[in-house]
Design a protein around this ligand. Structure first.
Ligand code: SAH
Length: 287
């Protein structure tokens, strides 16, 4: 066991929020030496079945015996014990997709279901790390190209505008992801940037202004909500997004998204296993 001050714990996992809380209360809490413990279980949260399918088949994940469904949520949970490399460093992967909306029969994308799925998977499986993987729109003004994969550095909302001074930063909800300097150095194909979350696939002029203020490189519909739930559970949060469409380009988002969804799924299939392999056999402190 190690003694942590509350602010130290926040600084490690959620550096942005800890800065805000720094001048308020500081309480001492006791935490197990989690950072040094070998990572045993990794939760991977993916909103859409099509984004997850290549990973499910390449890892041969099966319906999770502990929680295939979390009724009444539509989420679907698959899992498997995966051994990486010659040393066979096994790690349990719990992959949750948001599932089909029962009224509209489409994937339940967006923040509501993502937060609920995150809550259930964190509560039921207590993973050592949660990775939100998926697709996103990218800004060409930030150097994004279709097919790029981002290891997101920070998440923020762009559609929670609350122009009351004490609520403004709550609305933006900025949370830094887990710092993974060793993984970044190893998987050099991963780009770095801020991800802005909102509940729409398209973007109004006001959204665009907010995303500019958020210094966003990528835009999607789940990450900031999932990060918030991870913050509540004090679970390290990692975010990997493959670019399907260019937000500030000449083509309509929905057309570009649908054209590139399968390709982005394959990019996730190439990249997420590298991230999982890097994590397996290591502790959070080693990342
Ligand atoms: N018509 C699509 C709808 C998918 S919604 C379909 O059902 O096939 C878009 C999903 O992809 C969300 O989960 C979101 O996180 C991600 N996404 C990809 N590009 C996006 C963009 N430019 N803006 C917002 N979300 C995007």
């Amino acid at each position: 066991m190690r003694l942590y001050t509350f602010s130290l714990v926040c600084e490690r996992y959620f550096p942005f929020t800890s800065r805000i809380r720094h001048n308020t209360t500081q309480r001492t809490i006791i935490m197990p030496d989690e950072e040094k413990r070998t990572i045993k279980t990794i939760a991977v949260l993916i909103a859409m079945e099509a984004e997850a399918e290549p990973l499910i088949s390449s890892f041969k994940l099966r319906p999770c015996p502990k929680s295939h469904h979390h009724a009444p949520l539509p989420s679907v949970v698959r899992s498997g014990e995966i051994a990486f490399g010659e040393e066979n460093k096994a790690v349990e992967i719990v992959l949750v997709t948001c599932g089909q909306d029962s009224t509209h029969s489409v994937d339940s994308v967006g923040t509501v279901n993502a937060a609920l799925c995150a809550y259930e998977v964190l509560k039921t499986h207590a993973p050592d790390v949660l990775i939100n993987a998926g697709t996103a729109g990218g800004f060409q003004s930030k150097g994004c190209e279709i097919g790029d994969v981002f290891l997101v550095s920070e998440v923020k909302f762009h559609d929670r505008r609350i122009p009351i001074p004490t609520f403004t930063s709550y609305g933006i909800g900025a949370i830094e992801t887990l710092k993974t300097p060793n993984m970044r150095a190893e998987i050099t194909s991963l780009k770095s940037g801020i991800c802005s979350t909102g509940n729409s696939l398209d973007a109004t002029d006001v959204d665009r202004e907010m995303m500019l203020q958020n210094d966003a490189s990528v835009k999607e519909m789940e990450a900031a909500a999932v990060a918030k739930v991870c913050e509540m559970f004090k679970t390290p949060f990692v975010c990997v997004k493959a670019i399907t469409d260019i937000v500030d380009g000449p083509h309509a988002t929905e057309t570009e998204f649908l054209e590139n969804l399968a390709m982005a799924g394959r990019r996730l299939q190439e990249t997420v296993p590298k991230v999982l392999e890097f994590m397996s056999g290591k502790s959070v402190a080693d990342l």
